[in-house]
Design a protein around this ligand. Structure first.
Ligand SMILES: Nc1ncnc2c1ncn2[C@@H]1O[C@H](COP(=O)(O)OP(=O)(O)OP(=O)(O)O)[C@@H](O)[C@H]1O
Length: 478
């Protein structure tokens, strides 16, 4: 050993190539072997024999390669005449990365094959393998998202996570709602999953193949709402487009119209919406023609709509029209039994394409002490921040969560006061101004939401900003 390598004969290019490449490959590889056209070992170098734990290489010459290396694919190469350029082969507990090439005689017939072990352990390939896995998972996630978007929705009923009695009751009602073509009113604080449920009801309903169109009444300036709902006829007013602009009603024709924050609908529009629902037709702005529409309305609000009816700020006839079936969704603090499963599901989603992270029971219990004014949206946000801060740790611990949980409004005090240290003794670490401002803004938003029991219109008023500015900031910090 080593024995000279002598392919019995070869046709031009292949033989030349093998002659040029062979010494290089043999030197650079962790082992090399050759077989004849029957798949019997005709040559093996000392390094490979060593790697396979063969004390005397001569003892294997002439033996069928599979008798020595059970998972070898050399017989396949000599049979097909096709190379296997990159393969991972198991040998006992090892994984070997191998390349196998056939060689030919002058008549172009396969006369044998050579194989090189490129790596005898996968460690050097780890960055490549994990990048491949990440890309593969990203691709799967993108395909799933695309498939759902094709139907206009991203959520199914299974996406409303929870097994507490309260969560099961919500799902029972959602199934009931899906089976009947009636208006449904979803009641719940911000981030409790009203939109998740609305989409799930649509996906389960007979209108599933039709469009799902959502409109957030609190996020659209009042003067644009009517055009947004009913569309605009060509040249309806100075500066209006020449083409017809379709409103949400037309866009939702044959499907479902989801009216989010319906409690924020101005009185004028309430009357027009009621008419549209009763007559099943609409009149685009600037047009004197009515257009028939077939939509099923799902409405949602975080406000106390019954109280608004009692005080006269919401039309009672519209309220009864929308509220044929009511689905109250409890806030997260009222179904803490679901916290564990929610964390698990949300973390799975957050980690897509990256290493999976778990959460300890103690950390879940710590989360249970927070009031969650922003509900599941806020929980997701906290877990995302914890995941980022955990810097590759496999488990989220209590300490990491304490660092990212918003400080409850009542106990938010300067650090020096909390530690009892004198002035200047516990100076906070300077952070970039943008980060400090963003954190202060997020905390103010959470504190306002907590104070108003999740009612965003009230929270916006408390902070002295318009509803649309509040929504925009809420989305940024959620
Ligand atoms: N039960 C749930 N299971 C899993 N994820 C949920 C659940 N409820 C809400 N979420 C997640 O929380 C986020 C907010 O949900 P959604 O937009 O449906 O809430 P919402 O009640 O409509 O909020 P808003 O009133 O502010 O519009 C989404 O990322 C959603 O995926």
């Amino acid at each position: 050993m080593p024995m000279p390598f002598e392919p019995q004969s070869g046709n031009g290019l292949t033989r030349e190539l093998i002659e040029v490449l062979f010494p290089m490959f043999e030197q650079a590889s962790a082992g090399a072997i050759a077989v004849d056209r029957e798949g019997r070992i005709s040559w093996i170098n000392a390094r490979y024999a060593n790697l396979l734990g063969i004390a005397d290489a001569h003892t294997v010459i002439g033996r069928p390669v599979r008798a020595v290396i059970p998972h070898s694919r050399m017989p396949e190469v000599v049979e097909t005449g096709r190379p296997l350029l990159l393969d991972i082969m198991e040998y006992q507990s090892q994984q070997l990365v191998v390349t196998r090439l056939p060689f030919f005689d002058e008549q172009g017939r396969v006369s044998g094959a050579v194989a090189f072990v490129l790596f005898d352990d996968l460690q050097p390939l780890t960055p490549l393998v994990s990048k491949y896995r990440r890309l593969h998972q990203d691709l799967l996630a993108a395909k799933r998202a695309l498939a759902k978007r094709g139907r206009g929705t991203r959520y199914q009923l299974g996406d409303f996570v929870g097994a507490s009695p309260a969560a099961l009751e919500v799902k029972r009602r959602a199934r009931l709602a899906a089976g009947r073509d009636i208006p449904v009113l979803l009641l719940g604080e911000t981030g409790t999953g009203k939109e998740v449920l609305a989409q799930a009801i649509h996906s389960l309903s007979a209108r599933a193949e039709g469009p799902f169109v959502g409109v957030n009444l609190a996020a659209i300036p009042e003067n644009l709402l009517e055009a947004e709902f009913f569309g605009v006829a060509p040249g309806a007013y100075t500066g209006a487009e020449r083409r017809t602009r379709e409103g949400k009603f037309q866009l939702a024709h044959g499907g479902t119209l989801f009216l989010d924050e319906v409690g924020d609908m101005p009185q004028g529009l309430q009357a027009k919406l009621l008419r549209a629902l009763q007559e099943r037709e609409i009149e685009p702005l600037g047009s004197n023609q009515v257009v028939p529409v077939d939509v099923r309305v799902l409405a949602a609000t975080s406000r106390d709509l019954a109280a608004m009816v009692a005080e006269g700020s919401f039309r009672s006839d519209l309220y009864y029209r929308l509220n044929v079936l009511e689905i109250p969704i409890p806030p997260l603090r009222a179904r803490l039994a679901d916290l564990g499963i929610l964390c698990e599901t949300l973390l799975e989603d957050i980690c897509i394409g990256q290493e999976r992270v778990e959460i300890t029971d103690a950390a879940v219990a710590e989360l249970g002490r927070h009031p969650w004014p922003g509900n599941i949206r806020e929980l997701r946000n906290v877990l995302e921040r914890a995941f980022t801060m955990s810097e590759g740790a496999e488990v989220l611990e209590v300490d990491t969560l304490r660092r990212v949980l918003p400080v409850p409004a009542a106990s938010a005090q300067p650090q020096a006061e909390q530690t009892g240290a004198g002035p200047g003794a516990a100076e906070p670490e300077p952070r970039p101004l943008a980060e400090v401002l963003a954190r202060a803004e997020a905390e103010a938003i959470h504190a306002a939401l907590a104070r108003c029991g999740g009612n965003r219109s009230q929270a916006a008023r408390l902070l002295g900003v318009s509803r649309s500015v509040f929504y925009e900031k809420l989305a940024r910090h959620s």
